[in-house]
Design a protein around this ligand. Structure first.
Ligand code: BG6
Length: 486
């Protein structure tokens, strides 16, 4: 009889994930250049209407640079990880992290993006962070680009819309692969690469407001990122022979809202539009279903000779993805809508929602793992998952976040089921193990952490770190390799 895999593999990589622009702060220290994330201002919830967009326009950037905008820019300050990393990493080590996912801030290393020589102080900062992690036996998992592009590349080239940016990126990638070759083995190229199609400014520093066909720009930029990702994968394999490179998708598993075949087709279409990004990375070719989408939206991807070969020859070693929720699709325009991570959907009556209206669907994670593994037959890595919630600090300083424990427990249970189903899962890094600035709303009060950070939405607070109840819970989960979830 075939034996069922039960439990997590021995070397399972448990940990947490962050992004430079949401934690580091120090946005103008030690030679760092401005990045697109530094231009994102805080808009209080009461002022965020239905048309609230993450995309910053050229006009807004000009006004910000001219000092005409009186606002807070929380991603410039983060949680000051730049000066607290030793303390924060010590807490990760106390929880027993096997890995820590972080991103490099490109503009800290190449302040203008198109510089020929790197900023030594920027490189030295990450050396210190990696040394600190390795001191505790924590494996760094590094994202090259997580929602920040050096601002100069946006202003001068319109970000990833311009093919020349591929060369600047590969120069950056080569620089960091060489520099950290003895410290970092696991790499990711672009965080949630599909976001370039949903928020081109966030995903690729692309300004689309004056474009005749914004989709043309977004998908052309995606093509450039695919090439850059493939070339970085090639370089990484050459420079660090034992390295593993993954792509990263915001997986938005979409169910048909009913069994009406039209809803089923709509859901299939949504899933194809999402999985297109992993298809290119894993299979090395554009899937044929995109031809119709491109034709119907007047999109013509400009390719150069050799592009197809680059994509084909340098596919990824593993697939990583974020999973927060599932979505539902219907052709009927009516019905309650739900919020989501860059994309909402229609309400699923079987699911509860978070404080921010995101649908909580642990079984959707099992579905997603099976689905991705069947499609690609490559190892999978969940590099983001978690619950953004309001936390209350009690008078004695304790924080009882049982709702977070509940969310994580249910998702980890489903990971176990997926492993039994036969899925090859390398690791799990929950999002925001320490509270950080929200990517979508720049709020501090949307907290994901096991570690609380004393800072409010207005930037007031001591930045003191303290442990929530989930801290000891996750420590136990890791120590038992996922067996003790109580
Ligand atoms: C993912 C991003 O989309 O979701 C993270 O990769 C982000 O950067 C996370 O923080 C959670 O989203 P939010 O908007 O709650 O911060």
């Amino acid at each position: 009889m075939t034996e069922l895999k039960s439990g997590f593999p021995k070397n399972f990589l448990w940990g947490g994930a962050t992004a430079a622009n949401q934690v580091e702060g120090a946005y103008d220290l030690d030679g760092k250049g401005l990045s697109t994330a530094d231009m994102v201002k805080f808009v209080p919830k009461s002022e965020r209407g239905n048309d609230f967009s993450l995309d910053v326009t050229k006009k807004e950037i000009d006004a910000i640079l001219a000092g005409e905008v009186d606002a807070r820019f929380p991603k410039r300050d983060g949680i000051d990880f730049y000066h607290h990393y030793k303390e924060d990493i010590a807490l990760f080590a106390e929880m027993g992290f096997k890995t820590f996912r972080l991103s490099l801030n490109w503009a800290r290393i190449f302040p203008n993006g198109d510089d020929t020589t790197p900023n030594e102080k920027g490189l030295a900062f990450y050396d210190s962070v990696f040394d600190e992690l390795l001191k505790y036996g924590i494996e760094p998992l590094v994202t090259l680009s997580h929602y920040e592009t050096p601002l100069n590349l946006t202003l001068k080239y319109n970000g990833w819309a311009d093919r020349r940016v591929i060369g600047f990126f590969t120069h950056y990638a080569e620089t960091v692969f060489k520099r950290y070759q003895n410290k970092v083995k696991y790499w990711l190229t672009f965080n949630e690469i599909n976001v370039i199609s949903l928020s081109p400014y966030t995903g690729g520093g692309v300004l689309v407001e004056n474009a005749e066909n914004p989709l043309q720009l977004s998908y052309q930029a995606a093509h450039h990122q695919f090439l850059a990702s493939a070339l970085a994968t090639k370089l990484c394999h050459e420079i660090i022979p034992n390295s593993q490179v993954g792509c990263m998708l915001a997986r938005m598993a979409t169910y048909p809202a009913t069994n009406n075949p039209d809803d089923v087709l709509k859901a299939q279409h949504e899933n194809q539009m999402n999985l297109f990004f992993t298809d290119v990375h894993a299979r090395g070719t554009y899937p044929t279903f995109m031809n119709r989408f491109f034709a119907e939206n007047n999109i013509v991807i400009k390719k150069e000779t050799g592009d197809d070969e680059i994509l084909k020859e340098h596919t990824v070693d593993f697939i990583s993805f974020s999973y927060y929720m599932s979505l539902s699709a219907t052709v009927k325009p009516e019905g309650d809508r739900t919020a989501g991570n860059f994309m909402g959907g229609v309400k699923n009556e079987y699911l509860e929602t978070s404080d921010w209206g995101w649908q909580i669907d642990p079984k959707g994670l099992r579905f997603t793992l099976n689905d991705l593994y069947t499609r690609y037959n490559l190892p999978l890595f969940i590099v983001e998952n978690g619950l953004g919630a309001y936390d209350t600090v009690e008078d004695d300083g304790s924080i009882h976040d049982d709702y977070r424990i509940d969310y994580l427990r249910k998702h980890i249970e489903q990971m176990k089921e997926a492993i039994k189903d036969g899925v090859d899962l390398m690791g799990y890094t929950s999002w925001g193990p320490i509270d950080l600035i929200s990517a979508s709303t720049s709020e501090m009060s949307k907290r994901y952490g096991f570690i609380y950070v004393d800072q409010d939405d207005e930037g007031n607070g001591t930045l003191k770190r303290s442990k929530k109840d989930s801290f000891n819970w996750y420590k136990k989960v890791i120590a038992s390799n996922g067996e003790d979830l109580a």
